[in-house]
Design a protein around this ligand. Structure first.
Ligand code: SAM
Length: 347
């Protein structure tokens, strides 16, 4: 495959770590769906030492891509990381120790996986693209603590993985996420009560902004509130397009979401609160009252809504985008108490 010279000019640190040889005998390659476990012999390390991670700079990434004639698939959001500084930052921010199980979503050619495998006790890497599986078998052949699952992450039972590989304890999730499924992946991890300690992910800069902001910002929305209900967001780094191959059109950012042991606000029915939040932001230009009464997810009369807004001390003309998480929680509790008790469930 011909790669433009442009990619060869990307700056990189070219750092190679030399560490003592681990007990490298087998790489556990599990092809999910076919229920097949293939055990593969590891490459022979030289002189009792092996170098890790080997990927992470442009030359090595290009060499792997050329070796396998790999063609990037836009539909899977394939932009591979080629900056060792960024990779180091991700590993540090995720706080990975040799006691951790890490779930990596979308390992690509295994660049970040090599870094994760060097730091963690166990890495499960879930990759959807058939063409990447033989590449991963090659690039991860020296790591005996990596299991590759060939599957769509949205179909994987992560709770089951945590119990199988981590005794049910919370796992750390690390990923350079494909844009098209960023929100479903993150919300799925939070809403399905998957045992997760933290999620450290590369996302589009604009998505990272949306996760961190509060009322008053144009980026404030349902994603901000959902993320902030479940986790404490922390911006690890802004990452420019030249850290990827191929270069994306927009900037990216690494964000860490540390899951709260209990949410920062109490609410009697979180699902109801999220229905109210979605209804408020689906019609941004409308008042809170109109947004809620037009929502197909809610069956509240205009009078009920007006009464709730009044009782909570907000002006009738208030817009949903000005409400804090705490205010949405109080609104949800109001409807929970005043409509459920009268035998009038909201949906
Ligand atoms: N982690 C690699 C890196 O940083 O170089 C690759 C990141 S690339 C942005 C996203 C990866 O996610 C690709 O390898 C892509 O094939 C994979 N992917 C996309 N959709 C997926 C899905 N639904 N389930 C699992 N992997 C997926």
């Amino acid at each position: 495959m011909h790669l433009p010279v442009l990619y060869m000019t990307v700056t990189f640190s070219g750092k190679l770590l030399i560490r003592p040889l681990k007990n490298l005998s087998q790489t556990n390659i599990m092809i999910s769906g076919q229920n097949k476990t293939k055990l593969k012999k590891a490459a022979t390390p030289k002189g009792g030492l092996y170098m890790e991670p080997k990927l992470g700079n442009p030359q090595n990434t290009i060499a792997v891509i050329q070796k396998y004639n790999f063609v990037f698939q836009k539909k899977y959001g394939q932009n591979f990381l080629i900056d060792t500084h960024v990779l180091d930052k991700i590993i540090t921010a995720a706080g990975i120790t040799n006691n951790d199980m890490v779930l990596e979503i979308g390992p690509g050619i295994g660049t970040m996986t090599q870094y994760l495998a060097s730091a963690a006790r166990k890495v499960i890497a879930v990759e959807i693209d058939d063409h990447l599986i033989p590449i991963l078998e090659d690039t991860l052949s020296e790591y005996d603590n990596v299991t590759i699952l060939h599957d769509d992450i949205l179909k994987v039972n992560i709770t089951h993985l945590a119990s199988q590989y981590n005794g049910g304890r919370p796992v750390k999730v690390v990923a350079n996420l494909p844009y098209y499924i960023t929100t479903p992946i993150i919300m799925g991890l939070f809403e399905k009560d998957v045992p997760v300690d933290n999620i450290t992910v590369m996302v589009q800069k604009e998505v990272a902004d949306r996760m961190q902001v509060g009322p008053g910002s144009k980026d404030y929305g349902a994603l901000s509130l959902a993320v902030q209900y479940y986790a404490e967001p922390y911006l690890v780094a802004n990452v420019p397009p030249n850290c990827f191959l191929p270069r994306p059109k927009v900037g990216s950012a690494v964000i860490r979401l540390k899951r709260y042991s209990s949410p920062p606000v109490s609410v009697r029915d979180p699902a109801l609160m999220f229905r109210l939040i979605r209804a408020s932001f689906n019609q941004r230009r409308k008042t809170l009252q109109n947004g809620l009464s037009n929502s197909p997810e809610l069956s509240l009369s205009k009078e009920q809504i007006a009464q709730a807004i009044l009782t909570l001390g907000m002006p009738a003309s208030v817009r949903g985008e000005t409400l804090t998480l705490e205010q949405f929680a109080r609104l949800a509790d109001y409807f929970f108490e005043h409509t459920h008790q009268k035998g009038n469930p909201l949906c």
